[in-house]
Ligand binder design. Structure first.
Ligand code: AMP
Length: 536
């Protein structure tokens, strides 16, 4: 027997409708690319997203067409999110930190018809314009006053583009399974591949991340997504904030610690989210200047394993609740969050920060398991480790334009991460499959060694890779960046590591460099390090 409930598709347009109706005066604040702070409301954002949507329809954009963005976190980018997905288009966020040849590949693979581009990235598009013949229009996210001289024959300012749009435009009724957004994976391994989110998956993910033990978004929150809108849709915050009615503060192009910190103080930001590498300089800045924003009481940090020292400082020194999250582009991206329980908080920061290195528990909507090399499920005992597999309504089943399924025969998505899961379902990622170092038949977790090294007072960042070794199969090599004005020695680092690691787990060598090669989403590119040091 069927229930007697309404058919109400879960659509991205329903999120902005909700925000515009229920939280019309809640603010959206942006540090603009042009410079000044821009301030308006969810009601204004809805009106302008409708104008954009109506213009796109008038210009012949049809359901399923891909429209790319090369843009910072701003209010205009938010309007593009909603204006494009709202009419059934696919909002394809491009990562401007990629190499131009990769961008060309992705734009052509996606067959983007329109590009929405921030002023910063106009030269980038000019340089590749001839290689992206599918792009009919380049909409520069600015007004006519700030429109640059450009060699692009098909460029128009965003404000001119939407000027005749209809603020009362009715969003079309779409199938909730219609594609809404497209993100290519960061490309730390192999060629970029597209994760194609649906309206339904996007809305369910937004519900999921609002939950108290996940991102805990509410109308009383002022959220600053440091995570870029081109990295897995800023982890879904632009959608979840509309569902929850939160105030959003967009940092625009300024990612330096003082600009971020000032904006947080000025706008009473309560909450922000990003990868570990942005929080490390931020914490250093607060330590140096004593200017930690008073209102900031929670951070979600994920995308890579944060060092324990960062968690302990955030919690112990600055009183900020630290939520360690794990996920991947293929999961929209949220997979798990480590939200401490009262029993953990009864311990000292020193004790519970060890527990915080675990990636946490999955929210309702994500199921997890670990399997051995034969695909056989392993016990959740916190000891056995195997490949982490996931399933749920916001996990992909295959990549964009790929016929074949990406799932196991029994319907799970293999993440390529290696993990333990304990009896309470806390995940601990020990490595990515290829990052696990096998020495003399014993596994060494490069993440463990890196985390420990980053607790050394003179080490800012460290990466550990496996180097082929005749005797042991593989041995770990550490490549490290020292804090300014310090000169740690290999001996001092190894001595420090040996306080918590077994002798055989210690790197054979420590090489000091000025900086580590970083991928487009702020992660260390181990592929590059392996290429450079693999023969050591
Ligand atoms: P991306 O799709 O670029 O977000 O990359 C996803 C991958 O980043 C995951 O499969 C993990 O290997 C890694 N990752 C994400 N979050 C974490 C975390 N909290 N700890 C360790 N690795 C992480």
């Amino acid at each position: 027997m069927r229930g007697r409930m309404m058919e109400a598709p879960l659509l991205v347009s329903s999120l902005i409708e909700h925000a515009g109706n229920v939280y019309p005066d809640q603010e959206i604040v942006t540090r603009t690319v042009e410079g000044p702070i821009h301030r308006y409301t969810w009601s204004d954002a809805r009106a302008r997203a409708k104008r954009l949507g109506s213009v796109l329809v008038a210009q012949g954009i049809r359901e399923g067409d891909r429209l790319g963005t090369l843009a910072w976190n701003t209010h205009r980018h938010l309007e593009v999110y909603y204006g494009v997905s709202g009419i059934g288009g696919v909002c394809h966020t491009l990562n401007p930190r990629l190499h131009p040849t990769q961008l060309v590949y992705i734009i052509n693979h996606a067959e983007d018809r329109v590009l929405f581009v921030d002023l910063t990235f106009v030269p980038l598009v000019e340089a590749v314009a001839e290689q992206i013949p599918n792009v009919e229009t380049v909409v520069v996210l600015t007004d006519s006053e700030h429109m640059p001289e450009t060699s692009l024959g098909n460029a128009v300012s965003y404000e001119d583009f939407i000027i005749d749009g209809d603020i009362d435009f009715d969003w079309p009724h779409l199938d909730e399974q219609a594609a809404a957004a497209l993100c290519y994976t960061s490309g730390t391994t192999g060629n970029p591949k597209g994760a194609l989110y649906s309206n339904r998956s996007t809305v369910l993910h937004a519900f999921g991340i609002c939950m108290p033990d996940v991102f805990d978004l509410k109308a009383a929150s002022t959220v600053l997504p440091i995570v870029p809108m081109f990295h897995a849709c800023a982890w879904g915050i632009p959608y979840a904030a509309a569902a929850a009615g939160s105030k959003i503060v967009f940092p625009g192009p300024r990612y330096d610690a003082d600009a971020l910190s000032d904006l947080m103080s000025q706008e009473d930001v309560t909450y922000c989210a990003g990868v570990p590498s942005v929080f490390i300089p931020l914490v250093q800045y607060w330590k140096n200047t004593g200017s930690k924003p008073e209102s900031l009481n929670m951070v979600v940090v994920g995308g890579a394993a944060p060092p324990r020292a960062l968690m302990a400082t955030m919690e112990g020194e600055f009183g900020i609740e630290f939520r360690h999250a794990w996920g991947m582009t293929e999961m929209s991206p949220l997979g798990s969050v480590n939200t401490l329980l009262p029993t953990h908080r009864a311990q000292s920061v020193e004790e519970y920060s060890h527990f915080q290195t675990k990636q946490g528990r999955p929210p309702f909507g994500v199921q997890i398991r670990i399997v051995d090399d034969d695909g056989k499920p392993l016990p959740h005992d916190g000891i056995m480790f195997g490949e982490l597999q996931v399933r749920g309504p916001w996990v992909i089943d295959g990549y964009f334009k790929e016929e074949e399924s990406s799932l196991t025969p029994d319907g799970w998505f293999p993440t390529g991460d290696v993990a333990t899961i304990d009896s309470q379902s806390y995940i601990q990622i020990t490595d990515r499959t290829k990052d696990l170092i096998k020495s003399g038949g014993e596994w060494i977790s490069s993440i463990d060694v890196e985390n420990t090294a980053m607790g050394h007072p003179d080490i800012v960042m460290a990466a550990v890779i496996g180097i082929p070794n005749e005797k042991w199969g593989e041995r770990p090599l550490m490549i490290a960046v020292a804090t300014p004005d310090s000169s740690p020695t290999k001996e001092s680092v190894l001595k420090y590591l040996s306080e918590t690691l077994a002798k055989w787990q210690l790197p054979d060598d420590v090489i000091f460099v000025d900086e580590l090669p970083m991928g487009a989403t702020g992660k260390v590119r181990k592929v590059t390090l392996r290429e450079e040091y693999g023969g050591e």
